[in-house]
Design a protein around this ligand. Structure first.
Ligand code: ZN
Length: 192
């Protein structure tokens, strides 16, 4: 059976990466969501591990090496990295809202299929936001954790940490549940 590797976002020491009011910290939120998604997948009998649970990320290169080591060790794997988007890095609130899935330019068909499913299940949770998204449902960007990893890989931007409404929703019970459910539902559909 396939192993799901969940990727946490950044480290506690990376500048920016929080809401203007400091209520949401991306490293923290991502780690909390990864643990909840892992527990939900394990409860459904899906093998799931987290790449870095500690607050610090040694370096992006070290993270990619770790993911590839885990992927080789566990055999058949997929990688999903959980982040929160930001429209600016000026410490202010912005207007952009909603979910986005990313794959690398060298993405495999499996990465694309996983990204499409994540987008589909985000829409089901009402997280389409207020921007136009590509017809495929996912964006293409040269992100190291997608580009340099050896298994199918998708990075999810779970709403905007610099939009007030998104942050309020992300920190609410229904908001957290929606983020968990979209990942669990997309991953289990992908595994079928
Ligand atoms: Zn991020």
């Amino acid at each position: 059976m396939r192993t799901v590797i969940l990727g946490t976002a950044h480290g506690a020491n990376v500048a920016g990466k929080h809401s203007p009011d400091g209520r949401l910290r991306e490293y923290q939120y991502s780690r909390a969501m990864c643990r909840m998604v892992r527990d939900a997948l394990l409860a459904r009998g899906v093998k799931c591990i987290i790449d870095i649970e500690a607050d610090l990320e040694p370096s992006l290169t070290a993270r990619v090496s770790l993911v590839n080591r885990l992927a080789r060790q566990h055999g058949d794997c997929i990688y999903v990295s959980l982040h929160n988007n930001a429209a600016g890095n000026d410490g202010r609130w912005h207007d952009a809202r909603g979910f986005a899935a990313f794959v690398a330019p060298n993405a495999s068909r499996e990465s694309q299929r996983l990204a499409t499913l994540l987008h589909k299940h985000a829409l089901k949770q009402g997280l389409g936001g207020n921007r136009c998204y590509p017809s495929t449902g996912y964006y293409v960007k040269s992100l190291a954790v997608c580009r340099d990893t050896v298994c199918p890989a998708v990075l999810t931007e779970n709403l905007f940490q610099d939009n007030r409404d998104d942050v309020n929703y992300l920190l609410s019970e229904p908001g957290m549940q929606a983020i968990i459910d979209l990942h669990v539902n997309a991953i289990t559909e992908f595994m079928k």
